[in-house]
Structures are given as C-alpha cells and as structure tokens.
Design a protein around this ligand. Structure first.
Ligand code: BMA
Length: 380
C-alpha cells in the first residue's frame, strides 16, 4: 500500500507540466479571458477610436467614446493596410508608430485589441478593392477586341488572378512573402513594458464572400482562398505562435446554408473566433432579416465548433436613426453569446460609432447603463 502511494506521488511529480499548470501563452490567456467575458455581456469595440473622431483628428488622449461615456471602448480595432509597402502611415493616414503606441496603451489599460488588414493588390499595385480593376480590365479587353487586337486582349492580365499570383509558384509569390514578413515584423513589436508579447485578435482576409476585395469569392477559388489563409497564418505563426488569436469573418449575407458558409472556413485548427461584418446599408427590414438569419447560423457553427463569436464590424452610416442601437441591433445579437460589436471608424465625413454629437448618443448611453453593453471599465 505504502509502495502504491509512493509510486502515485512520484508519478504526479514526474508528470509533464500541463497537468501542474504549465505557463499559459498570451494567446491562451486572451482566449480564456474572452470566454469568461462572453458570459458577462457584449463588449463595445471601435475602429481607430483614439486617432480621430467626428470633429477632431490626431489629438492625443482623445476618443469620441470617452467624450460621450467617460470610458474607452473595451475593444479597439486597428488596420495594417499599407504596412506591406513599408509605408509610414496606413491607408487611413494613421502613422504606424502611433498605432503601435495606442495598441500598447490600450492593452496596458486592460483593453482588447483587434487588427485587420486591407493590403494593396500585390499583382497590380492598386488597392484592396478590386472592382475598379476588373472594370478597367474588361473595358480594355472590349476595346482591344473592337479594334481587332484580340491577340493583345488575350495577353492582358485578369485581376482575378491576384490570389493565384501570390501563392507558391505564382509570379508575385516572393514579393508577397516580404509583405507577410512586414506584417509579422509589426506584430512582433507589440510588447508590454516587461517585454511580453501583447495578444491580439488578427482578422485577415475578411468579407471574403463578396467580390469587392481581391481575395473575395468571385476572385479566387476555395482552394486558393484556403492556400492564402494558410500561407499567411503559417508565416505569422512561425514567429508569433503564442500571441495571435485568429478571427475569420465573412460579410453579412442573409441566405447561406451551413454548407455554403463552411466552404471557405479555414478549419477548426486555424480559427479561434467566428465573426461577421454586418452593416445596415439598405432598409432596416432587410438588415434585420439578413443579420438575424446569419447570427442564427454562425452562432450555431461557433457553438458546435467551440469557437468565440463576435460582430467584427458593424454600424449604420452616420446614424440617421436615434434608436438604432437598442431597437434594431440589440435584439439581433442579444440571443447569442456575442462577444463584441465593432462599429467602423468615426471621421468628419462619416461615422459608425458613437460620439457626443451623434443622434444615437442617448440611446447608446442607455444601453451602456443596462450593464449589458460593456466599455473598458466593464471588463476589468
Ligand atoms: C472602409 C472605409 C475606407 C477605409 C477602409 C479601411 O470601410 O472606411 O475609407 O479606408 O475601410 O479602414
């Protein structure tokens, strides 16, 4: 008997660390924190919150959310578009040095950081948005054929070959490796005061069911999309395996079957958070119908695949409806364990988030007062 006890004790002592509580990576810690927060309420997130707002830009320590509510958003969104070129500023003129500072600040004040990326077109040198390129290409082909230059038209490069061009064996593969390196290098600089990696939710290749981005469904095959995701993730993970939480977020669609949604899903081993970008562009009726259908579907997928769930982008441009937050959006997302909502940026021409000047300000404050919508203080 004594021998058995001794053996058991010895076995426990010699067991590999995980059982005794091995060091958790920043990534694991963030995932566990998000799982806990999911039970507490819905976090408010905002893109570029501390860079500019409805009536100001580039002031330090300023935020439309803070001005309205006396608190920062729980989640802040940042975009790396431009980092791939080695640019000093991103596509919305945010200097990357300032972005780094704000990410670190938000992390140190207890907030959560999510990063998206609107890279330029690696094959054409244009933007992430491809529809203009396709139109120009089709127009050129049409004109060439009209003037009897069908052979020249044949040789013109179809913009829809962009994804293929960056994959292994493609004409822009090498260049794209450098782009991925630049993204990784920026992410590597996100460290706290002690030098520990700051965990972030990274959300590349988003809104991929539409045709507006060069990685969109009408511009690459499913296999090409999967290869792009894997190549990106493997390049980033080679140096940052311990600090990235991966988010996959197609755009509002409203009518897909589970099979259709799953088609471009990168896989359970490659995704931690399932999201959706859902803006109200058209009528309220259409929006409610479509987003309700999508939330029912993606929340089911998230539950069955043990993934986190969030509305990774959302909003109603220039908030023309004073009661939009609580009357329209809240009932759509409340039945589900929605982790956060992230309205896009506020600047002088357009805004999606709140500010003291927005028509939805009071409705938003009332939602925060219910303690179901969480700002930064609500997640500490
Ligand atoms: C889009 C618009 C653009 C912006 C881009 C990246 O939705 O807001 O003006 O450049 O997002 O933030």
């Amino acid at each position: 008997m004594r021998k058995t006890i001794l053996f058991t004790l010895l076995a426990i002592m010699l067991l590999p660390c995980p059982v005794l509580g091995a060091r958790k990576t920043p990534r694991q810690k963030l995932i566990e924190r998000l799982q806990r927060l999911q039970k507490r309420g819905i976090m408010y997130g905002h893109q570029d919150d501390t860079f500019y707002g409805l009536t100001w830009e580039w002031d330090e320590d300023r935020s439309d959310t803070y001005a309205l509510c006396g608190d920062y958003p729980a989640v802040m969104g940042f975009d790396l578009g431009g980092i791939e070129m080695g640019d000093e500023k991103n596509l919305d003129s945010v200097p990357f040095t300032r972005m780094r500072r704000e990410i670190i600040r938000h992390h140190e004040r207890g907030g959560i950081v999510t990063i998206s990326w609107h890279p330029r077109n690696p094959m054409l040198g244009t933007t992430a948005w491809i529809e203009g390129d396709i139109k120009a290409y089709e127009e050129a082909v049409r004109l060439l054929r009209k003037i009897g230059q069908a052979d020249v038209a044949e040789k013109a490069t179809d913009p829809r070959l962009t994804v293929r061009s960056v994959l292994k064996g493609g004409s822009h593969h090498e260049k794209f490796q450098m782009w991925l390196e630049r993204v990784t290098d920026f992410l590597l600089t996100l460290k706290d005061k002690k030098g520990n990696a700051i965990p972030v939710i990274f959300r590349p290749w988003h809104e991929n069911n539409g045709g507006w981005f060069w990685w969109g469904a009408s511009n690459c095959s499913t296999a090409e999309y999967h290869a792009l995701w894997r190549m990106t993730q493997d390049a980033v993970n080679a140096k940052l395996r311990e600090s990235i939480v991966w988010a996959y977020s197609p755009n509002l669609q409203g009518n897909w079957t589970e099979e259709q949604w799953m088609e471009r899903y990168p896989g359970d081993d490659r995704v931690d958070l399932i999201g959706e970008d859902a803006y109200q562009w058209g009528t309220e009726e259409d929006f409610v119908k479509q987003m309700s259908a999508d939330m029912a579907l993606i929340s089911k997928i998230a539950r069955e695949h043990y993934k986190l769930l969030a509305v990774t982008e959302c909003g109603y441009k220039n908030s023309p409806d004073a009661t939009w937050w609580q009357r329209v959006l809240k009932p759509i997302i409340e039945p589900y364990p929605t982790l956060y909502i992230l309205p896009w940026r506020n600047y002088k021409k357009e805004h999606f988030g709140v500010a003291p000047e927005t028509t939805t300000a009071q409705d938003f404050k009332a939602w925060v007062a219910t303690k179901k919508l969480l700002l930064l203080k609500g997640i500490k």
